[in-house]
Design a protein around this ligand. Structure first.
Ligand code: SAM
Length: 260
C-alpha cells in the first residue's frame, strides 16, 4: 500500500489482514443498522469497512494524524472521525442520546489504561469487544485461585461480565506482533450501588501490591483479623484466593465505622 507510511510502532500498529478473523470479529459484534458503535483505532480499516457497510453511522477515534487525514480525504458519509487520543476522549459525549457499543483492535501498550479510562463511562456503554494480547484477556477473565487472577481481573469483573471469545494468531496481522491475541467481550453490569467503587479499587490495589502476603498483613490498615473473620475470611488467605464477592464485602465493610 504505497499511500501509507510504514506502520508506527509507537501507536501499536499491527494491522489485521486475515479475512476469516475479520469476519469472526464482525459476527461476534453482530452490528445492527442503528447501533451506536465507536471504533477505537480504525487503522487502515480492517474492521471499519465491514462496520461501515452495516451501520447508518460509525464514529472512529484515531490518534495517528496521517491515518486520520487518509480517512478524512475519503469523505465517507456515515463515518465520523475523531482525531484524538482515545485515552482522553469523553466517550459519553459521542452519542449523547443513546448508549454506545465500543470495538477495537487495541494497541497493546495502552490496553490496560484504556480499559480503566472506559470504566468511567460505563453508564453510556452497552458492550465492548476488544482484541488484546492473549495474556491480558486471560488475566481479565481469570477466576480466583489461578496465578493470573489479580487486580485487572477484579477491576474488570467488578464492572463487567467478561468472556474470552477466541484466540487470534499473530500471523493474522501485518506486521506480525511478537505475541498472540484474543478477543474479549465486556458487558457492563448495572452499576453496583451498594458497593463503594473507590474503596473496592483501593482495597484490591492494596491486596495485590504484594500478592504473596496474607490479607492479614496486606490489609492491616483496613481491617483487624477479627474483622476479616467476621466477614468469613481467613486472615491467613492470600488475595488471589478471594472471590469478587469477598472483595465487594470488604469494600462494604470498610466504609462502616470500626465500632459499627
Ligand atoms: N483496527 C485496525 C486493524 O485492526 O487493522 C488497526 C489496529 S492497530 C493494532 C491500532 C490502531 O490504534 C492504529 O490505527 C493506531 O494508530 C491507533 N491508536 C494507537 N493509539 C491510539 C490512541 N491512544 N487513541 C486512538 N487510536 C490509537
Amino acid at each position: 500500500m504505497s499511500e501509507f507510511k510504514s506502520p508506527r510502532k509507537r501507536f501499536g500498529q499491527n494491522f489485521l489482514q486475515d479475512q476469516n478473523i475479520i469476519n469472526n470479529i464482525i459476527a461476534a459484534i453482530s452490528p445492527r443498522t442503528t447501533d451506536k458503535i465507536i471504533e477505537i483505532g480504525p487503522g487502515r480499516g480492517a474492521l471499519t469497512y465491514p462496520l461501515l457497510n452495516k451501520l447508518e453511522q460509525l464514529h472512529v477515534i484515531e490518534i495517528d494524524r496521517d491515518l486520520a487525514n487518509w480517512w478524512q480525504e475519503k469523505r465517507i458519509n456515515n463515518l465520523k472521525l475523531h482525531e484524538l487520543d482515545a485515552l482522553k476522549v469523553d466517550i459519553c459525549s459521542i452519542y449523547p442520546e443513546q448508549s454506545c457499543r465500543i470495538v477495537g483492535n487495541l494497541p497493546y501498550n495502552i490496553s490496560t489504561p484504556l480499559l480503566f479510562h472506559l470504566f468511567k463511562f460505563l453508564p453510556c456503554i452497552q458492550d465492548m469487544y476488544f482484541m488484546l494480547q492473549k495474556e491480558v484477556v486471560e488475566r481479565i477473565t481469570a477466576v480466583p485461585g489461578s496465578k493470573i487472577y489479580g487486580r485487572l481481573s477484579l477491576m474488570t469483573q467488578f464492572y463487567c461480565q467478561t468472556q474470552n471469545l477466541f484466540q487470534v494468531s499473530r500471523h493474522a496481522f501485518n506486521p506480525a506482533p511478537k505475541v498472540e491475541s484474543a478477543i474479549v467481550q465486556l458487558i457492563p453490569h448495572p452499576i453496583p450501588t451498594n458497593t463503594p467503587a473507590e474503596i473496592f479499587a483501593a482495597i484490591v490495589k492494596q491486596a495485590f501490591s504484594q500478592r504473596r502476603k496474607t490479607i492479614r498483613n496486606s490489609l492491616k490498615d483496613w481491617f483487624s483479623p477479627a474483622q476479616l473473620e467476621a466477614l468469613h475470611l481467613d486472615p491467613a488467605a492470600r488475595p488471589e484466593t478471594l472471590s469478587l464477592a469477598s472483595f465487594k464485602a470488604l469494600a462494604r465493610a470498610a466504609k462502616q465505622p470500626a465500632n459499627d
